[in-house]
Structure formats: structure tokens, C-alpha cells
Design a protein around this ligand. Structure first.
Ligand code: NAD
Length: 509
């Protein structure tokens, strides 16, 4: 395993880095000299710094991205796929180092940091295959000697805004698919994880320079929302793909909506697991533990609510409390550690505020509930007996707090499950085929992801990822998500010598 020093060195991370790039030939400068620090959440200490972009930098990035798009859109899609394959290969070579950097900068354990890089590699492989499968359909024309079909064209330069908690994988979900679709990509990463973005940009720059291209993958690190909004409002970007919280997503959607652009929104979740009378409790315990405690509760798919049949409550919660007591909290780069820190002190305050609210509501804290008295931003994973209607349960607190509720009938469980504003991921643990199918039916879970005997977190890239209601409705990664990055064109060709009108209309003689 790489040390911190070798990981940073191998990824080209300096003590001070530029925050904007369109390729090896151009990295942004110092601007006003203000430095964005990258903080290790396990210690509170600075790892390195990044000079954020200025408004002028943005103008340069977007100009080069538009110019690059004019060339890139005419490169055959399988050739574009080949370049994504080479980036995937470069990521394979740097998987350990980049996994270490993810762990260092956002605090997820090393296994999850490596897993995130693996997800990028898987996404690259998927996109390479997809590059030969940008299929359009043909239709039967109602007119004689006419042929109808549709084709998919590249869309343009797309803006990709990502959240801190998946500092590299979410970019890959978007960027690799957009790239094979013929788009250029301007990435605005989270200012809480700038080094991960700089490292990925270095990898892309190297590969793309060898292939003779620049401006396909660009980096735009902005530490001010106003600068990010400059990108969001830019009419030259037909699509803004946004991953983040509901309040910021709402703002982004309204700004892009005003200019009638397209958005792809991947927002907050409030994910629940139902455990019924017939469930395999061993499986449920493992899935809930990973879902609620993994990434310190900072996944959009984190299990936040547990809806358990009243006959299984004692057994399941007893097992979970025991399992929580075994969770080793600490330096995420240490092998035995299962839970690292929260991202920053604001997240710790959010955890504290939620617990205060729970106590006021009369919720019972079954385990955890404390902020750890040590450097960094560590809290205890927490289980609370709660009620679904409480405002604190209804909102997403980005921390490891699991709310437990009981039910008597499956109707009651599904109603409770769906009675939140978010609609990302969901699961039922049941060995009753009727209940399982009911959960997946049109009258079941209202989420974008619904699982049986698998937890809410840890989706595979092959499926379309995203959620309903306040989660925003976007879909990324696998299945036919590529269509969001392309424009559809319907073509009708008249190869006859007459000009019949559709719907049998006779016009003139
Ligand atoms: P956030 O909303 O605070 O920030 C997300 C991104 O938006 C960052 O890059 C940030 O700099 C940028 N931003 C902030 N203000 C902006 C503005 N006015 N205009 C444009 N961009 C702006 O989210 P976060 O704290 O980084 O991430 C956690 C949230 O993201 C959680 O709610 C989580 O559920 C969600 N998330 C969702 C998914 C998903 O796929 N559904 C995946 C990961 C995270």
C-alpha cells in the first residue's frame, strides 16, 4: 500500500496546486493569491493547497472546451471510447495511490477509497463498450417510400458539479459517458476535495496529450458559489449535471431552468430498509451495518431509516447495538478501522444539532450519540428509536444516525417507507416472495433504486443510478443513461417521387 507521501508524489500533487486546467498546456495561475486549503478530516491539518479559478479562468476554460467540442464531436465514437479505455488503464496503474488520496482527503476508509477508484475503472470499461452502442431506432412511416429513423448526436460542452463524498467516482459516471457521447466536460468539483480532482485531471491530461487532444476534460475549481453559478448560468453549456444537496440542487435547477437548459440532478436521499417477520436477520444486520455506518453515514444511499416488524425489533436492534460496539473508529488509512471522520466541523455540528432535536422530540438513543474528543471530526455511529413524522427524521442529516421504527402490517411499512420527500434507494429484507414483489411493484417503493435482501448502499455501475421526488429524477452510470448526454434527432427521408403529407392531409391541388 502506498504511503501518503508516495501517493501524493505519484499523483503529481504539490504543496500548492493550480485549480484550473484544459490540458497539459494550460494550468491556471495564482490569481489573487488566495489559497484553498485541502484539510485532512482525520486530523484537521492541511494536506496541501489549491489556487482556485477566477472568472477569467472560467472564460478561458469554456472557450477551449467549445473549440475542443467542435473537433471531438467528429471523432468516431469507438475512437473516443479508445481514449476513455486508456484513461481507465492509467487509473488501474494509479488505483492504490488515488484510493489513498480519496481516503486522506474525505476520510473514507482505504477499502472504500480503493473501491471508488475501481468504480471509475468499471465506468471506463462500460463507456468503452457503450461507445459502439449509441443506437437509434427505426420507425415505420405512414407514407409510401419514406424511411424514418432517429440518431443521437453529441450535445456540447457539459458542466459537471460534484459533491465531496464521492470526489472521483461521480465525475467518472458523468465524464466517461459524456466523452464517448462526443461531449467535452468541464468539472467543478467540491472545494472540500480539490486534490482528488487535481490528481484525476493530471491523469487525463497525460493520456489525452499522448493522443493529441486538449480541452476534452477540463477542471474548474471554484471556491465561491457565485463562480459556480457563472457556469450554471452559461447558455453555452446545454447540460449541467449536478450532484449534491437538495437546497443547492434546487437553486441550480431554477437557474438552468430560467435559460431552458437541461439538468441532470442527483440529490439527497433518506433511504430506508424494511425488515419483515420472515427476514434473514444475519443478512439484514450486515447490510444495515454497512449501509448506516459505511463512509460514516456520508453516502447519498446511506441507510437512514430502519422499519422493522415489531416481532423482530428486539432481536434485530439488539444485534445491531452489539455490532455497532465493535466498529473501530479512527484513522481511515488504518486497516482495522471501519469508520473514519465526518468531512468537517460543520458536519459535526449537523450531527450534534440532529441529536439535540431528537432528544427534544423524546427519541431514545439506543447507542452512540457522542462527538469524540480527539483531533479531527469524529462522531459515534448512533441508533435512535424514533418516529417517521419527526422533522429530524424527514430530513437528511449527513452523518451516521439510524432511526428505527416498528410496523405491524406490510401496508403500514410501505406507507411509512414512502412518507418522506426524498426517493433515492430502498430495500426490503424478506423471505416472503409476495411481500418482496409487492415492494417492487408500482404500489411499492417509490425510489429510483429498490432492492430485495440487499442493503441501500453500494449500487453497481451497470444500472441507471438516481432517484425520484426531491432526489431530482436524474439517472447516471449504466443502462441507457448515456442518452442524457446526447441530443436526439428524428430523420425522415422521402425516396419516392411524390410528396404525400402526414395524417392524409390534402393541401392545394
Ligand atoms: P453541496 O450541495 O453542499 O455541494 C455540492 C456541489 O455544489 C459542490 O461542488 C459545491 O461547491 C457546489 N455548489 C455549492 N453552491 C453552489 C451554487 N450556488 N451553484 C452551483 N454549485 C454550487 O453537497 P455536498 O455537501 O458536497 O454533498 C453532500 C450531498 O450530496 C448530500 O445531500 C448527498 O445526499 C448528495 N449526494 C447525492 C448523490 C446522488 O447521486 N444522488 C451522490 C453523492 C452525494
Amino acid at each position: 500500500m502506498s504511503t501518503i507521501h508516495t501517493a501524493l508524489r505519484d499523483l503529481g500533487i504539490q504543496a500548492v496546486n493550480s485549480g484550473g486546467s484544459t490540458g497539459n498546456a494550460w494550468w491556471s495561475g495564482r490569481n489573487d493569491g488566495s489559497l484553498l486549503p485541502s484539510i485532512n478530516p482525520a486530523t484537521g491539518e492541511q494536506i496541501a493547497g489549491v489556487y482556485p479559478c477566477s472568472s477569467e479562468d472560467y472564460q478561458r476554460i469554456v472557450k477551449e472546451s467549445i473549440e475542443a467540442f467542435r473537433i471531438w464531436r467528429m471523432v468516431p465514437a469507438p475512437k473516443r471510447g479508445e481514449m476513455v479505455r486508456l484513461i481507465g488503464q492509467a487509473l488501474r496503474e494509479k488505483k492504490d495511490q488515488l484510493g489513498t488520496l480519496v481516503s486522506l482527503e474525505v476520510g473514507k476508509i482505504k477499502a472504500e477509497g480503493d473501491g471508488e477508484v475501481q468504480e471509475m475503472i468499471d465506468m471506463a470499461d462500460f463507456a468503452v463498450g457503450q461507445s459502439r452502442m449509441l443506437y437509434g431506432v427505426t420507425m415505420q412511416s405512414e407514407r409510401p417510400a419514406h424511411r424514418m429513423s432517429e440518431q443521437w448526436h453529441p450535445l456540447g460542452p457539459v458542466g459537471v458539479i460534484t459533491a465531496f463524498n464521492f470526489p472521483v467516482a461521480v465525475w467518472a459516471w458523468n465524464a466517461f459517458v459524456a466523452a464517448i457521447a462526443g461531449d467535452t466536460i468541464i468539472w467543478k468539483p467540491s472545494p472540500k476535495a480539490p486534490l482528488c480532482a487535481v490528481a484525476v485531471q493530471q491523469i487525463c491530461n497525460r493520456v489525452m496529450q499522448q493522443q493529441g487532444y486538449a480541452g476534452i476534460f477540463s477542471l474548474f475549481i471554484a471556491d465561491q458559489p457565485a463562480l459556480a453559478e457563472q457556469m450554471v448560468q452559461d447558455e453555452r453549456l446545454p447540460l449541467i449535471s449536478f450532484t449534491g444537496s437538495v437546497p443547492v440542487g434546487r437553486r441550480v435547477a431554477s437557474l438552468v431552468g430560467q435559460r431552458l437548459g437541461r439538468t441532470l440532478l442527483e440529490l439527497s436521499g433518506n433511504n430506508a430498509v424494511i425488515v419483515d417477520e420472515t427476514a434473514d436477520i444475519n443478512m439484514a444486520v450486515r447490510a444495515i451495518l454497512f449501509g448506516a455506518v459505511g463512509t460514516a453515514g456520508q453516502r447519498c444511499t446511506t441507510t437512514r431509516r430502519l422499519i422493522v416488524h415489531e416481532s423482530r425489533y428486539e432481536e434485530l436492534v439488539g444485534r445491531l447495538v452489539k455490532a455497532y460496539a465493535q466498529v473501530q473508529i479512527g484513522n481511515p488509512l488504518e486497516k482495522a478501522v471501519l469508520m473514519g471522520p465526518l468531512i468537517d466541523h460543520v458536519a459535526v455540528e449537523g450531527y450534534r444539532a440532529a441529536l439535540d432535536e431528537i432528544k427534544k422530540e423524546g427519541g431514545e438513543i439506543l447507542c452512540g450519540g457522542h462527538v469524540l474528543n480527539r483531533p479531527g471530526y469524529f462522531v459515534e455511529p448512533t441508533i435512535v428509536r424514533a418516529q417517521n413524522g419527526w422533522p429530524v427524521v424527514q430530513r437528511e442529516t449527513f452523518a451516521p444516525i439510524l432511526y428505527v421504527m416498528t410496523f405491524q402490517t406490510i401496508d403500514e411499512a410501505i406507507a411509512m417507507h414512502n412518507d418522506v420527500k426524498q426517493g433515492l434507494s430502498s430495500a426490503i429484507f424478506s423471505n416472503d416472495v409476495r411481500r418482496g414483489e409487492r415492494f417492487l411493484s408500482a404500489a411499492g417503493s417509490d425510489c429510483g433504486i429498490a432492492n430485495i435482501n440487499i442493503g441501500t448502499s453500494g449500487a453497481e455501475i451497470g444500472g441507471a443510478f438516481g432517484g425520484e421526488k426531491e432526489t431530482g429524477g436524474g439517472r447516471e452510470a449504466g443502462s441507457d443513461s448515456w442518452k442524457a448526454y446526447m441530443r436526439r434527432q428524428t430523420n425522415t427521408v422521402n425516396w419516392g417521387a411524390e410528396l404525400p403529407l402526414a395524417q392524409g392531409i390534402k393541401f392545394g391541388s
